[in-house]
Design a binder for this molecule. Structure first.
Ligand SMILES: *Cc1c(COP(=O)(O)O)cnc(C)c1O
Length: 226
């Protein structure tokens, strides 16, 4: 219990300090707690400390925890790879999806979003370091995908998500975030207000470069065991 409490306090403090260091306003960055592989009890503890936004990467695992935590007022984010046969459940049980990288998936999420729910918030995953093995559209493909998604009624495009190639040096961590941030700003679309980047190892660099949501797992819940 204390362990998770101390970890959350520490990460929240790091976020506030990084905001100050970057000259950004207090609470301009939201903490998204990445609870994949961790038990529902860990989520419940974090919830008791005021955390409301949680992210999961594996659908079946997420659905089980959502059932166990149905009494809690949690905002659920999906951040994992998306196969077509998973879109219906994702559209039904999540509030946000950060890992959309093709039109087919965006269309299905829009079609399958239940009519009684508000539009599903979407971030497009950008493969910012150009790694062949990683999911995501390239920066060059991004404007085309955005324009093709226009008019899908039940999703709301909010911004971009990125997982850059891991780098240990601070300046090297900042570079891809800087590039993505400015590429999106150049599109001149004020509705793209969300920059989902920054994980345990590069939180500070991400906030320095305009992140609005940091997705933190390890620093909050400890190392993951698969
Ligand atoms: C697991 C995961 C995270 C959290 O990573 P940590 O390094 O544990 O903070 C963030 N984003 C995505 C997409 C993930 O899959």
């Amino acid at each position: 219990m204390n362990d998770i409490k101390q970890r959350f306090e520490k990460v929240n403090l790091q976020i506030r300090q990084a905001e100050v260091a970057a000259g950004r306003s207090n609470d301009s960055v939201q903490l998204l707690a990445v609870s994949k592989t961790k038990p529902a009890i860990d989520i419940a503890r974090a919830y008791q400390m005021g955390q409301r936004h949680f992210a999961e990467s594996y659908l079946q695992e997420a659905l089980k925890k959502q059932q166990a935590l149905a009494a809690f007022n949690i905002t659920w984010h999906f951040i994992g790879p998306i196969q077509s046969n998973k879109t219906k459940a994702i559209a039904t049980y999540f509030n946000w999806v950060h890992s959309v990288d093709r039109l087919k998936i965006a269309k299905r999420l829009s079609e399958q979003r239940p009519a009684n729910l508000p539009a599903l918030n979407i971030c497009l995953q950008v493969n910012i370091s150009g790694e062949a093995s990683k999911a995501g559209v390239t920066l060059e493909q991004l404007p085309q995908l955005i324009s093709e998604m226009r008019g899908l009624p039940n999703i709301q495009l909010r911004g971009v998500m990125a997982i850059p190639e891991p780098k240990t040096e601070y300046e090297s961590q900042r570079q891809p975030f800087n590039q993505l941030y400015h590429a999106v700003k150049q599109l001149n679309m004020p509705e793209l207000d969300t920059f989902s980047f920054g994980m345990t190892a590069d939180l500070k660099a991400a906030i320095a470069e305009g992140s609005t949501i940091v997705r933190i797992g390890t620093a909050l819940f400890g190392a993951r065991m698969y």
